[in-house]
Every structure is written in C-alpha cells, then in structure tokens.
Design a protein around this ligand. Structure first.
Ligand code: ATR
Length: 281
C-alpha cells in the first residue's frame, strides 16, 4: 500500500481491539479498490481525549466497538434514525469535526442472509441475547417488518426493555419476550447473539439446537471459533448453519459505503475479503 500525504485515515476504537479483523477487512478493500486510505486500530482507555485527538488529526471516519458503542452517543452531533432506535453506534463519519453516527451491525446481518437468498418476509425468528449485538439485530429486523420476533435473554429486564423499545418504534411488529419453557420448535431462524461459546469458552452452548426442527436455520454471530459448538451440533443434526464472519465483513463494508458515500458492489467485495482472510480460524 502506498501511504503518502494524501492518505485518509480510518480506524477502530475500542478496548480490547486485540486481534480485531477490521483492519484486514478494510485494508483489503482499500487496496482492491485502489482507494488511498488506511485503517488502524486504537485501544482506547480515555474516550474523551481519543475523540478530541481524532478530530484534531482529521481522522475521516471510525468504527466503535466494545465497550464504547453506547458511550459514544454523547459525542455524536447527528445520529442516523436506525442507530438512534438501536441506542448504539458502530460507525462514525468525521465531517470536519462534526460527528455523524450510524449502526451497520443489523444491516450487515441482513446482507449475510440476502446473500444466501434468505428473505425476511413471513419469517418467525428467535433471537438469543439482548445485549448490544442482539439489540442491533432485533431492531433492524423489526425495521424490515418481519412476521414474528421472539427474544430470550438471561437477564429478563434487558430482554423486556428491548421488546418495549421495539414496540415503541414499530407498532405493527409482533414481538415478545419468552423464557426457556416457552421455546417452540418451528422457528425459521434462530440467532445466537450472546457471547456463549466464544473463544476461549468454546465448550459452552447457549441452547441445544436439537429443540428446533430440521428446517430451522441456525445462525451464530460469533466468528471465533468458526463454527461454534452451537453450530457444530446443529450441523450434525442436519440443519443449515451460518457463522458470524459474513456479518462481520458486511457491517464493515457498509461502514465504508457510509464513509465514501458510494454504493460499492458489496457482495463481490465480500468474496474478495473472505479470500484475503483465508487463514482466519
Ligand atoms: P455484545 O455487545 O457483544 O452484544 P453485551 O452487550 O455484553 O455484548 O451482551 C452479551 C449478551 O450475552 C447478553 O445478552 C448477555 O446476557 P445478559 O443480558 O443476561 O447479561 C449474554 N450472555 C453473556 N454471557 C452469558 C452467559 N454465561 N449466560 C447467558 N447469557 C450470557
């Protein structure tokens, strides 16, 4: 990559950012598209000063990850409607010191389904988890008018709050919080958005996929390991599975669309990036 005085800088802020795949994703894309930009990661302890520094240095745009997706809100001058409903921002444009916030997590999730010709109309969906990622996906699915949405979460109050927020924003969505005893077998898609099964706790599983019938698509947004035990078991049971790498790449590519204000062909770009990431375990 030729870095020169015209190179635009983009970055990820979070803590930890160790082993993040975002620099690989964006730098592969910048190189492939011949864009004079580079993408770095910054482990941030002091968000206030990090924001001041990024403005002072004219960092063109950035992604936000744990634990700052909600904390960033107070620094945002203008927020996209969906990000506001989700209550979290993962993508920021720095327009000469004015910060505009977006959230591409749920949209990245939907792209990974569209790529597989899985469309959301008339789908009955169960989402496990109501943390940051669960909120992003649930609110985005609600914005797409899905048929029926069920949420389950260890902390009931958080799940119920998400249901309330969805209902406040999307009056016609059939959404409800359920407990484990109410889980049914006939969802079209079941999505794990919790960290259960993530490295280094790879032997944990959110729920036995045997509960669900053989036509249920089992999705785990975790990409480390790939696949998780949840997906391995589901696959052994003959179910169609999807892991978290495609969603990760798509949310990144959708950030680029926002930064560059260009409609790239993100489906073919995703294939290029996946090739470049071949050694990811
Ligand atoms: P993220 O931004 O990755 O979504 P998060 O906001 O911390 O991270 O959310 C983590 C999710 O995983 C939550 O749904 C959390 O459940 P709680 O709301 O009860 O905390 C869920 N989670 C994490 N570890 C869990 C465990 N051991 N058992 C059940 N749920 C767990």
């Amino acid at each position: 990559m030729n870095i020169d005085s015209e190179t635009s800088v983009f970055c990820l802020i979070g803590n930890p950012v160790y082993k993040s795949l975002s620099p690989s994703i964006h730098n592969i894309s910048f190189k492939y598209n011949n864009i004079n930009s580079t993408y770095l990661t910054f482990k941030v302890d002091d968000l206030d000063n990090a924001i001041k520094g990024m403005k002072a240095l004219n960092i063109k745009g950035f992604n936000v990850t744990m634990p700052y997706k909600e904390k960033i809100l107070k620094y945002i001058d203008e927020i996209d409607e969906l990000a506001e409903k989700i209550g979290a921002v993962n993508t920021v444009i720095n327009d000469h010191g004015r910060l505009k916030g977006f959230n591409t997590d749920g949209l990245g999730f939907i792209k990974s389904l569209e790529e597989r010709n899985i469309f959301l109309n008339n789908k009955k969906i169960l989402i496990i988890g109501s943390g940051g990622a669960g909120r992003g996906i649930a609110m985005t699915l609600a914005s797409k008018n899905i048929y029926k949405l069920f949420l389950i979460n260890r902390t009931r109050s958080k799940g119920e709050k998400l249901v309330k927020d969805i209902k406040n924003n999307y009056k016609n969505i059939d959404v409800q919080f359920i407990d484990e005893s109410q889980i049914e077998d006939d969802y079209d898609i079941v999505i794990n958005t919790t960290s259960i099964g993530m490295f280094p706790n790879e032997t944990n599983i959110p729920i036995d996929p045997l509960i669900f019938n053989k036509d249920t698509i089992i999705y785990d947004i975790i990409y480390k390991p790939r696949p998780t035990l949840f997906l391995k078991k589901a696959k052994r049971q003959g179910k169609y599975i999807i892991d978290g790498l495609d969603m990760l790449i798509y949310q990144g590519l959708l950030s680029e669309v926002i930064w560059k204000n260009e409609k790239n062909d993100i489906f073919s770009m995703k294939k290029q990036i996946k090739k470049g990431l071949y050694n990811i375990k």
